[in-house]
Design a protein. Structure first.
Ligand code: SF4
Length: 396
């Protein structure tokens, strides 16, 4: 038995016997884009119709494997999230075929939040109507910037008109929940151009806004440009100012910050992402998709050809598996939970009350103003959210 077969079987066995799973979120990785943006390190491959057809067949097999012996029929699916890649690089009817597979093999909660990430340049009114009719409830448009020169530096084709039109189509066909993603800390971006992007975003009246700092990932064009001296590295101080600018501007416009990078009008928080930060279970399907189920973290192979080959052999395409101890599960839950403004209920980590080293670390982080205890919740202060990575390392 190969390592991958062994890992796939272990995942399957654990899912089959686990009685502690209440419900599932589902992440579906669509590994296609027209071209790679200069900052992007996600697993993807250039869109080609023959590859899409092979992917769709393999995906159907993967969903069917999880349904063997009714394994996943025991857990209702509460959220579904199509990410990538660019899900809307597929035809709308191809996305609805995937959704139909999920409905065939899993029990989907009738009130499930179903999100599709979309590139505004790849949507049409009729395509969005197809998604709406298939039960998609939420769109997340990857906008990144509202400035033409910034788009060009990111290696994207962008037009304000394209975004405005995509939002109009979404409204026309009845999507009441639409998120826009923007980025700060971009090369050449200034406080003025960032403010301009934020203002343009709010003119489009989304229910939800995600503001992500640019991270320089190894293997990207940006990383190579920095190494070669063609581009400056990131300016941490400027990023902090831009983040604070976004918080102040969005909050006064009625978008409350509920997580480090996420803002929503009241009641429109992303239920799928809240699962990640709350330590709830989610299953990832598609190449490179990650899962966290019943205390196991496992990941699919990040290679379309390898993913397809596994599924042709009727094997789960899982190539990494880590089973967390109960203490590690609790620590992770705290670390992810601290990303949320509401923090983590103290009862979440009652099991660590006898872990003296951990308690001392929490005390030290509170003394240095990075964490605070309020109404039975451990929270990151605004300073703590700025240094979240360091806080997380200390708590692990
Ligand atoms: S569209 Fe999104 S997933 Fe595709 S290359 Fe650009 S950032 Fe990456």
């Amino acid at each position: 038995m190969s390592d991958m077969e062994y890992v796939g079987n272990a995942v399957y066995q654990r899912l089959h016997v686990n009685d502690h799973i209440r419900d599932l979120g589902m992440y579906i990785h669509i590994p296609f884009c027209q071209k790679r943006c200069h900052f992007c390190a996600f697993y993807l491959t250039p869109h080609r119709e023959d590859r899409v057809q092979h992917f769709l067949s393999a995906f159907a097999q993967e969903a069917a494997l999880y349904a063997l012996d009714g394994t996943c029929h025991r857990f209702p699916v509460s959220t579904i999230y199509f990410g990538g890649g660019t899900p809307t690089a597929l035809e709308p009817v191809q996305l609805t075929t995937i959704l139909n597979r999920i409905h065939r093999y899993f029990i989907v909660d009738p009130a499930a939040e179903i999100t599709v990430e979309a590139d505004p340049a790849t949507v049409s009114r009729s395509g969005l109507q197809t998604l709406r009719d298939a039960g998609v409830t939420r769109l997340s448009f990857g906008v990144q910037s509202l400035d033409k020169s910034e788009w060009q530096r990111l290696g994207r084709l962008g037009e304000m008109q394209t975004i405005t039109r995509a939002m109009a189509y979404a409204n026309d066909v009845g999507f009441s929940n639409v998120s826009l993603d923007v980025m700060y800390g971009l090369p050449g971006q200034t406080l003025t151009s960032w403010q301009h992007s934020l203002e343009k975003i709010l003119e489009l009246v989304p229910t939800h806004v995600s503001c992500y700092a640019l991270t320089i990932e190894e293997g990207t064009k940006f990383s190579r440009d920095i190494t070669a001296g063609r581009m400056n590295g990131h300016d941490a101080d400027q990023e902090t100012v831009m983040h604070e600018q976004a918080i102040a501007y969005l909050e006064q416009a009625g978008y409350h910050q509920y997580e480090v990078s996420n803002f929503a009008q009241s009641g429109w928080e992303c239920q799928h992402n809240l699962r990640y930060w709350s330590g709830l279970d989610y299953l990832g399907l598609g190449p490179s998709a990650q899962s966290y189920v019943g205390g196991m973290r496992f990941g699919n192979i990040a290679d379309l050809a390898g993913y397809i080959q596994c599924l042709e052999r009727k094997q789960l395409p899982v190539d990494s598996l880590d089973t967390l101890s109960m203490a590690d599960r609790v620590k992770e839950r705290v670390i992810f939970g601290l990303r949320m403004n509401k923090g983590v209920p103290t009862q979440t980590f009652a099991a660590l009350n006898n872990d003296t080293a951990w308690q001392l670390t929490v005390d030290r982080l509170m003394e240095t103003g990075l964490l605070s205890l309020e109404r039975e919740h451990l929270k990151a202060t605004s300073l703590g959210r700025r240094y979240m990575d360091s806080v997380a390392c200390q708590l692990l």
